[in-house]
Unconditional design. Sequence first.
Length: 243
Amino acid sequence: PPSSPPADPAHPHPGGPHVLERSSASPRRLRPPGRAIRSEAGLGRAGRRPTGSFSGKDGVQYVRTVRASDDPALFRLAFNVLREAAANKRDDDPLFESVTAAAVNAAIRSVLPGASSRTLRTLRACETFRSTLRALRPVLDRGGRAVALLALRLANVRVAALLNHKRLSRNGGDDGRPPIDLRVVERRLSTLVDNLAANGNDVVKTIAFALRHDVELPARLSLGTSKANYIDPRIAREFIHST
């Protein structure tokens, strides 16, 4: 594996990610580069679950854990990169101080000429948007345009959460609330989609359920950033015309 970590192409950040591993072993203290908050990390062998955790756009923390049972190949790569990066470093040394947005883009171009991290973010955003609308198709066939507009909003929320597009407070900084956990977002959105499908015969009930469960995330996420910069409008146009 390369000497620098395989940063998630959907979430590169100039400050550079840090990779940590929680295990049953006593944790080490590892400081990520830049201004990111210190995180605990352990390098023991028992219960190995390498986790990437770094600050994305507007300070939204992005966290992803790689488990051996989920993706053995990715797990081996992540663990080997982690072990190599931590070699010969003190507890408070940065792990991946050399990782920059330019380095990530260069790595992407070596595989996909002409592409960049933004290209991959756009691809992931469009596929997430499209797949969410596809999952809600049974609801739309029964609910009509009122539910179609709600489906577009939910798909937009999912993309904004994926890309870490956070709404800033009035003073231009972080609002001080805990970071958005993408795993929690996915569970909530999946539950919402399932319930919408179950209640699709009753449009009023469908919309009422969604509004009860769709309050906090849109208030914390910048939906306009995703909509204007990463979602292909042709997907929404095709979706609306097909309802």
